[in-house]
Design a protein around this ligand. Structure first.
Ligand SMILES: CC(=O)N[C@H]1[C@@H](OP(=O)(O)OP(=O)(O)OC[C@H]2O[C@@H](n3ccc(=O)[nH]c3=O)[C@H](O)[C@@H]2O)O[C@H](CO)[C@@H](O)[C@@H]1O
Ligand SMILES: C=C(OP(=O)(O)O)C(=O)O
Length: 472
């Protein structure tokens, strides 16, 4: 079941320890048992989920830097909405059509997983039709589950639909600990029993019943996963301290179109009256605010002028605010944002926070821009313990960055020079692309499959703005 590779033994012994330990306290104390459980679901420090590389491992992106970006770019559908909606489409018996689906690596992997489960998936252009009528209860033991963070939504969706699910642990970007204890806590509150054996989670509930669930941390994944299960639970579920991200609202809107009753999505208390029969529907996915933010940052960093189209400017307020604070000019229209770069930028301090705070997913791209600001900027990631793998690569290009705990201290202005760098994760890859666009000379980026997880037609969009980027 393990996706294989270097860390296999480490991971195995960690899981095995728990299995052998059983109830290590010998007290049958439920709180103590839960504590142990949490340790199991939270991998120990230093643990790396080893995921097989997809696509052409040798693929490189090559950028000839020094060209300001000019023109218009259209933003694709949101990765993090789409990745929750695909499993949500399994809840009814009739087909659902998702419009504005992004053509990115993670979506392709999700489709493959569903097809292996017998789900009929058809795509026409930007539309994806998901017909779950042939889906049958079976363990989800596809190793690709370990490639995606969002595979955890199959827990909520299949638990809701079949009252039972057996599935491998999720993967996604390596950003430090990414436990799923809040998901588990919520499923248990709805009446489920949860078990982990050899890296496979088994969740079962004879009957799901609505409950009041307080999330100890604000979690996008736990909020959505619990919504997926709760729409199928009898009675009322209240999720307190819920995530307020636009993607949570988007998924709630989809579920409502399927016939579910959900109130409060977008606030920190979501109330769901479950147990209604759901039907397939048609839904258009919101624009990807992280892709949009990446182009905003790239436009500012290259000192160009870019109109970012098909966006919801409100979703990017925190990013626009920080860019303005640096001296970047931002003009918002109903569905577009125009970013005009300047010759000189002021340093800023940034702390990532749950929405509507500054998004952690733009911390790494923003770090590249901060190398072009005068003075010292601090960028603190309060969401993830270890999202700084890009820093060493930026240093190779000439950046002066020091990390202390969860803070990167960026000193500017530093000229960047093209060299060979590696993308360890999706947004780290985006930060290297931005660095490559402003660097002198040629930058070669490996680890491209990580970037393709979340950016649609990257070269096409950037070349359309006047960049020189190609695959090798
Ligand atoms: C597929 C997807 O939508 N991914 C996004 C989602 O990830 P994801 O849903 O995994 O992120 P969460 O919002 O759950 O995580 C936020 C924080 O809570 C912690 N936590 C989370 C769950 C849990 O049970 N216990 C716990 O301690 C996490 O370790 C992290 O420190 O939201 C993140 C935060 O905006 C984004 O960076 C990811 O792009
Ligand atoms: C962290 C991210 O993705 P995932 O949660 O899918 O790993 C991201 O999109 O920046």
């Amino acid at each position: 079941m393990f996706p294989g590779g270097r860390q296999k033994e480490h991971r195995h012994s960690w899981v095995k320890d728990f299995l052998i330990m059983g109830d290590p306290t010998g007290t049958k104390d439920i709180d103590m048992h839960k504590k142990v459980w949490r340790q199991v679901v939270q991998p120990p420090a230093g643990f790396i989920l080893d995921v097989p590389e997809r696509g052409l491992g040798m693929e490189k992106l090559v950028i000839k830097g020094g060209r300001p970006l000019y023109g218009n770019v259209r933003i694709s559908g949101a990765k993090n909405s789409a990745l929750a909606m695909i499993p949500a489409a399994l809840l009814p018996d009739s087909p659902t059509v998702l419009e504005n689906i992004p053509e990115i690596g993670d979506i392709a992997v999700y489709i493959e997983i569903l097809q292996k489960l017998g789900v009929k998936v058809a795509s026409t252009g930007k539309e994806l039709q998901i017909d779950p009528s042939t889906l049958q209860l079976q363990p989800v033991l596809d190793p690709r589950v370990g490639e995606l963070r969002a595979s955890y939504y199959l827990m909520g969706a299949l638990l809701g639909k079949f009252h039972e699910v057996t599935i491998g642990l999720p993967g996604g970007c390596k950003l430090g600990l990414r436990p799923i204890d809040q998901h588990i806590k919520g499923f248990e509150a709805l009446g489920a029993k949860v078990n982990l054996k050899d890296g496979v989670v088994h969740i079962e509930a004879p009957g799901l019943k609505g409950a009041r669930i307080y999330l100890d941390v604000v979690s996008v994944g736990a909020t959505i996963n619990l919504m997926l299960a709760a729409v199928c639970a009898e009675g009322i579920t209240v999720i307190e301290n819920a995530a307020k991200e636009p993607e949570v609202i988007d998924v709630a809107t989809l579920l409502s179109s399927m016939g579910a009753q959900i109130k409060g999505a977008g606030t920190d208390v979501i109330r769901i009256r479950g147990g209604r029969r759901l039907h397939g529907c048609r839904h258009s996915i919101i624009p990807d605010r992280i892709e949009a933010g990446t182009y905003m940052i790239a436009a500012a960093a290259t000192r160009g002028q870019v109109r970012i189209e098909q966006v919801i400017p409100k979703h990017l307020e925190s990013v626009s605010a920080k860019l303005r604070e640096m001296g970047v000019q931002i003009e918002e229209e109903e569905e577009s944002i125009t970013v005009s770069g300047r010759d000189s930028y002021a340093s800023v301090d940034i702390r990532t926070l749950p929405y509507p705070g500054f998004p952690t997913d733009l911390q790494q791209p923003f770090t590249s821009l901060l190398t072009q600001a005068h003075g010292t900027s601090l960028i603190t990631d309060s969401i993830y313990s270890s999202r700084f793998d890009h820093v060493g690569q930026l240093e190779k290009m000439g950046a002066k960055i020091q990390t202390e705990g969860r803070t990167a201290i960026v000193r500017g202005v530093t000229p960047l020079a093209g060299t060979q760098v590696h993308a360890f994760d999706l947004r780290g890859g985006a930060s290297l692309i931005i660095a490559g666009l402003i660097a002198d000379g040629v930058t070669r980026i490996t680890g491209v499959e990580k970037i393709r997880r979340g950016y649609e037609r990257l070269e096409e969009k950037l070349n359309g703005l006047g960049a020189e980027i190609w695959r090798e």
